[in-house]
Design a protein around this ligand. Sequence first.
Ligand code: NAI
Ligand code: ENO
Length: 365
Amino acid sequence: MEFSKIGFIGLGLIGGSIAKTIKRIYPDTEMIATAGHRSTVAEAYADHTIKNDELLPVSDFSDCDLIFLCCPVKQNLIYLKQLKSVIKKGCIITDVGSVKGDIHRAVCELDMEDVFIGGHPMTGSEKTGYANATSYLLENAYYILTPTAKTAPDTLHAFQQYIASLGAQTLILGYEEHDYATASISHLPHVIAATLVNLISSIDNDDETMKTIAAGGFRDITRIASSSPVMWQHICLSNRDQILKLIDRYTDALGDIRALVENKDTEKIFDFFSAAKDYRDSITIAKSGPIKKVYEFYCDLIDEAGGIATIATILASNNLSIKNIGILHNREFENGVLHIEMYEQDALNTAIDLLKKYHYTVYER
Ligand SMILES: NC(=O)C1=CN([C@@H]2O[C@H](COP(=O)(O)OP(=O)(O)OC[C@H]3O[C@@H](n4cnc5c(N)ncnc54)[C@H](O)[C@@H]3O)[C@@H](O)[C@H]2O)C=CC1
Ligand SMILES: O=C(O)C(=O)Cc1ccc(O)cc1
């Protein structure tokens, strides 16, 4: 199926990343977008991703073949309703929202089951906004599709093929199964991270000793507490029942480990951490999915002016694009090392071989 004109309502981290990916893979696709702020569409117009440089009314989406709803989940419901009387025959509406139940129920009430296919890319970050969107965010990530009871099989197949062509791995789920699974592996973790951060913030002293010494573990488990408060407000209200269920299960589980510690149950405390380690270790070896493979390595930073620039130039002059680069100073790497993340495995291997040839010491985890 060809989608020659695609619309985006909401153009932040996720909408922007999908638009940039489409621009990279299908440069001839015409794209239009609207967002909460004019500066967003101006930015996407300036980098040639979309055709308009002003905010658009919903009526301007009438000739789109495909429309992505990419706002916070409750806001997507409002736009879905407005689009009903606007879209042309054959147009597919999809969304990227983290919760699927609300929008599927709205689709049924509006009698839009033949035009809607739910979507949820299982990738992203704590960052927000078009400026943080990248044309590689979808690469190798699971992208869940939740068709309706009336989605035509060939429409689903065509849409699935299209999403796969953007680099994602599609997975079809019912919307209820989706909401229970994401409440468990995404919504509960965000609630826990924010709860932990709020707890530490409320018990830290005036010198902020806890904040100052907060080490890797605290940082790892709380990174997602920096996510968009509006987005998570919408998710909690939209997936309320499933999130409540999981908070109760988690509270019980905390009670269990509390009892083991209180009773000094040496063996069971070991078993508790050991079972968690086994399961967590089995997730990281997966090739893709919610926890994405990171193509990273570390390189000793030679203590001279322009050290980083030299490494970046070696990689760039061999057509190797760096996804992320940063200096680490910690006990593990006393002299400071460069942490470099590449986009894919081949680029990682080539970068490592190349830097070794230039006599850099390179480490992989
Ligand atoms: N951030 C993440 O990692 C992921 C987010 N999602 C879902 O994607 C959707 C978008 O999230 P992000 O892109 O991360 O958020 P974001 O904050 O980066 O972008 C949200 C976009 O919606 C626009 N918007 C908000 N209210 C609007 C309104 N009333 N009218 C028009 N535009 C409006 C904003 O201007 C912005 O362009 C949410 O439904 C979220 O649940 C899905 C997967 C991952
Ligand atoms: O930052 C992270 O690790 C995330 O978990 C990103 C994320 C946030 C919301 C989603 O619905 C899916 C993915």
